[in-house]
Design a protein around this ligand. Structure first.
Ligand code: S3P
Length: 179
């Protein structure tokens, strides 16, 4: 079996399906899976929500930048980025140099529905959650599109999304030897 020779980085808005799709894709391609938020949490022994509450968003973004750099040193992994990761130029540069960035493009209505009961995302713990999602989604979508070289439809079931990413990757071949 041929090993994936570069990383596949999944990007998109909170709730777009990065984690679920990433785990399925990792099984299909037999490549290790890393969730960037989990990686940061394990590294500093705190939940993302605790980091935001205790040290603020700026500090979280620094940890995220370090994580993006560190993870870019590896190869052959499926990486789910955080919803804000690929909105920063430095992170795009680091992660795109290590592999292919895939944008899971999920309609804002689906995102609002999926995140209706969420208590874990610090940016959404506010009265006007729906408006915050709409505004951020509008602002970030062009940034995700600019960062990615592959776009997939995130309104489809996660299995279908993962299979479609796998088929795009396999069509492009794992590496330049064609396997
Ligand atoms: C964030 C998204 C979260 C997490 C943090 C900030 C964002 O990740 O990194 O709460 O700025 O959109 P998910 O997209 O995995 O929820």
């Amino acid at each position: 079996m041929c090993r994936l020779e570069y990383n596949i980085i999944l990007c998109g808005f909170m709730g777009c399906g990065k984690t679920t799709v990433g785990k399925i894709l990792s099984r299909i391609l037999k490549a290790p899976y890393v969730d960037m938020d989990k990686y940061i949490e394990d590294d500093c022994g705190m939940k993302v929500s605790e980091i935001f509450a205790k040290y603020g968003e700026g500090h979280f973004r620094e940890l995220e930048r370090e994580a993006a750099k560190k993870l870019s040193e590896n190869q052959g992994m499926i990486i789910s980025a955080g919803g804000g990761t690929l909105t920063f130029k430095e992170n795009v540069e680091a992660l795109s140099s290590s592999g292919r960035i895939v944008f899971i493009d999920t309609p804002v209505e689906d995102i609002i529905y999926r995140l209706r009961g969420d208590t874990t995302r610090p940016l959404l713990q506010c009265e006007n959650r729906e408006q915050v999602i709409k505004d951020l989604h509008k602002k970030r979508t062009p940034l995700y599109k600019a960062a990615a070289t592959v776009y997939v439809d995130g309104s489809l079931p996660p299995k279908v999304v993962a299979k479609s990413i796998a088929s795009i990757i396999l069509r492009g071949k794992y590496n330049n030897k064609g396997c």
